[in-house]
Design a protein around this ligand. Structure first.
Ligand code: NAD
Length: 729
């Protein structure tokens, strides 16, 4: 174990360097933490050591705790987690007290954290226990505590120390939102103490160690008469902060994220007691969060499996297929977005539309986004020029010559798409991979227009392209391995998350989201209070209710999709009740946000006001309203049963993709870890029982798929059966 090494120089300054072998970023493991503790003991005991610099041998300080370790901690049960966390607190407290006399607070050795770059999670909690934090002025560095994003919270003293350092109000964005900042911003916020030129980092750290006084080592919370900045919960100044924070957090999370609640409890309770007791409280709440299935599922989907997919877990073993020159056909909303993210990733882009004006408009989209970035100080003038310089907007297909990937994003019309395919294939080289961004048309059908169907694939982006991180890659029947590898390598280049699915109507994401929207609309037709529908969805963690979602994506698009689906399905088409509402809304000219009128009312500025009252005239409210959980079950099962069917049908081949894709693609209740994680949480027998009830009341669309029934009989979980996990999530 050589994650940490220590050297001591002639002036008695010990430098402990964190440099995890064979990893590009430092992450903390249990063993490494024990090693660090030993080195600290040695340095504190060595009379020749005057002080300690804690730094990194890499360009960054640390990415955080190894989340696989955190996931593994659960196996030992609550007591083992609590004991492990308390041990960590002891080590960090040892660093903080640094051998000083507990009464006089004198005689400690100064310990400074010198951060060359990014410092996240434990990579900041550890520095927070040191006596000073100095960071290199590295604009690429990110500093913060992102734990909340994966369903936990800073549990190595970060919560308690940050609140005592900054006060609850100022600490809130870092703890509750996982806000990450640059070193300069971190200094401004009081998170760290100094920012210096990168080349001066270690010299300045050493200078500080050699000049630090006893008083410099005593943390405010270890001094007599310490007062928490902004006030404690029962201080007149602190009271509104704590009351407001609870309301704000519940408003934002709807109470479905256990980590947010536990964090608040740790902050509130911790603020009322002495520091060491606060650490114990933090450890207890952290333990309860780790034992909650939601945190385990969130870590698994949003971190471990997301990263595995990004690293090519399902990539065919073919040579590197990185894209050098990309053609994008159709410079509309999607094509322009695809051009932007690609040029931003350093790829040369030829952006083609039917007219020069349309092509230029597509390129101007990138200019607009870059200008926004410049206003926020995230993009320099050089970067803007560089990115724009990579995009050639033209009508001339000959410019595609030399492109190794072409993505088509023209109108959703098979004829137009077929023409474009032929025109592209006439000018590109024989090796070029051709992708379509269609959202509804089966890839196998579109590939018929291609002379090289094995090089034809679906690369389905979500809107807006620059914000949505999921890319759904679709294999047609004839799609070859190199095309899949090309699509995956491209998605890696643009730093998004891929899932690879097989061809079928609506692929995976849209297949699951449409039944969600339809179930909401169907309830409107039945006389369910629209506010109940919308709030029920949000209270179960959906970012948008189904009615708001259809307003955003536009009601006429819904009508178009419904018509096309009906035509394809004929007499089996199950959604007449939905169409009744949808078509009527479209007839009223209520097309959603874009027409300033939909299920919601909007003002002239396009701001959403509230649910449209006129709906009740056409669809009067039923006197007997259903229970909240009935409404929630209808909306959740509409989605998860479709996900199970997609797995049964072989559209999904990996449940990890089903879960990650659901959260990133349509925001499926992130606290649950995704549809399969959620089903594992409630268990197949209970899911089947709920389906039985829903089927009896609302019809066969809720009939439990055979796979789910079989799993219920055998007592299986999805992660047990399909991902080899031993216990349920
Ligand atoms: P859009 O109407 O904004 O853009 C289409 C562009 O293609 C227009 O600029 C048009 O001038 C151009 N075009 C049409 N025929 C052409 C031709 N023969 N040659 C060159 N250019 C041509 O549409 P969009 O929303 O960007 O959608 C494009 C594709 O992406 C569609 O297949 C759509 O289903 C799919 N898609 C859309 C979304 C979405 O949310 N809008 C999401 C995923 C996928």
């Amino acid at each position: 174990m050589t994650d940490f090494t220590m050297t001591t120089d002639a002036e008695g300054v010990a430098t402990i360097t964190w440099d995890v072998p064979s990893r590009s970023m430092n992450v903390m493991s249990t063993e490494a933490f024990a090693l660090l503790s030993d080195l600290i003991d040695r340095a504190l005991a060595d009379p020749g050591v005057k002080g300690i610099i804690l730094t990194s041998g890499k360009k960054d300080f640390a990415g955080g705790m190894d989340l696989n370790v955190i996931a593994g901690m659960r196996a030992g049960g609550a007591q083992a987690i609590f004991d492990g966390v308390m041990q960590m607190h002891q080590v960090l407290r040892k660093i903080e007290r640094a051998g000083m006399d507990p009464k006089t607070l004198k005689g400690g050795k100064p310990i400074v954290a010198a951060l060359p770059g990014t410092a996240l999670g434990i990579g900041l909690e550890l520095p927070l226990a040191c006596h000073r934090i100095i960071a290199a002025d590295n604009p690429k560095a990110k500093i913060g505590l992102p734990e909340i994003m994966v369903g936990i919270f800073p549990g190595a003293g970060g919560t308690t120390r940050l609140v005592r350092k900054l006060g609850a109000m100022m600490a809130a964005p870092f703890l509750l939102e996982g806000k990450l900042v640059s070193p300069k911003e971190a200094k401004g916020a009081g998170l760290i103490d100094e920012v210096v030129a990168p080349e001066d980092l270690l010299a300045r750290a050493k200078e500080w160690v050699l000049s630090a006084t006893d008083a410099d080592l005593v943390k405010p919370w270890d001094q007599k008469g310490y007062k928490m900045p902004g006030g404690t919960p029962y201080h007149p100044a602190g009271f509104p902060t704590f009351v407001g924070a609870s309301a704000m957090v519940l408003g934002k999370t709807m109470g479905v994220y256990p980590a947010a609640k536990a964090l608040l409890a740790a902050v509130y309770e911790g603020a009322l007691v002495p520091f060491d007791t606060a650490l114990r409280i933090e450890a207890r709440h952290f333990t309860s969060v780790l034992m909650n299935p939601s945190s385990a599922a969130m870590i698994r989907s949003l971190f471990i499996n997301k990263e595995a997919l990004e690293k090519g877990a399902n990539r065919p073993k073919v040579a590197d297929q990185s894209v050098k020159k990309l053609g994008v056909i159709g410079a509309g909303m999607m094509g322009a977005g695809i051009a932007y993210v690609s040029a931003n990733a350093g790829i040369e882009v030829v952006l083609i539309d039917a007219t020069q004006e349309a092509a230029d408009r597509g390129r101007a989209h990138s200019e607009g986004l870059l200008d926004k970035g410049m206003k926020r100080g995230k993009v320099t003038a050089e970067k803007k020029a560089e990115v724009l310089g990579r995009i050639t907007a033209t009508t001339d297909y000959a410019a595609l010559s030399g492109a190794d990937l072409v993505i088509e994003a023209v109108f959703e019309d098979p004829k137009v798409k077929a023409e474009v395919t032929a025109r592209v294939e006439a000018v590109v080289g024989a090796d070029c991979i051709y992708a379509t961004n269609t959202s509804t048309l089966p890839i196998t059908g579109l590939a018929k227009a291609s002379a090289r169907p094995e090089q034809f694939i679906g690369i389905h982006f979500f809107s807006p392209v620059d914000k949505m991180n999921l890319v759904e890659i679709i294999r047609g029947k004839a799609t070859g391995e190199r095309a899949v590898a090309k699509a995956l390598d491209f998605v890696r280049q643009i730093r998004k998350t891929p899932i690879v699915v097989n061809d079928a109507r609506f692929f995976y994401a849209n297949r699951c989201i449409i039944p969600y929207i339809n179930e909401g609309i169907r309830m409107v037709a039945e006389g369910v209070e629209p506010a109940l529908i919308e709030n029920a969805a949000k209270l179960v963690g959906m970012p948008l209710g189904p009615l708001q979602l259809v307003d955003e994506t536009s009601i006429d698009l819904g009508v178009k999709i419904a018509k096309a689906t009906k035509e394809a399905m004929g007499k089996d088409y199950p959604d007449e009740a939905v169409d009744h509402v949808l078509f009527w809304m479209a007839d009223q000219g209520r097309l959603g946000r874009k027409s300033n009128a939909g299920f919601y009312a909007y003002n002239d500025k396009g701001e959403r006001l509230g649910l449209w009252e006129g709906l009740a005239h056409k669809y009067p409210l039923d006197k007997m309203q259903p229970s909240l959980s009935d409404v929630q079950h209808r909306m959740l099962f509409a989605q998860v049963l479709e996900a199970v069917r997609a797995l049964e049908d072989g559209v999904l081949t990996d449940i990890r993709e089903g879960d990650v894709g659901a959260i990133l693609g349509w925001g499926f209740a992130p606290w649950s870890g995704g549809p399969f994680s959620w089903l594992d949480m409630i268990g197949a027998p209970r899911a089947v029982a709920i389906c039985r009830g829903l089927t009896a009341q609302f019809g066969p669309r809720f009939h439990a798929p055979a796979l789910l029934r079989e799993m219920a009989e055998k007592g299986e979980t999805f992660y047990g059966r399909f991902a080899g996990e031993k216990a349920a999530a």
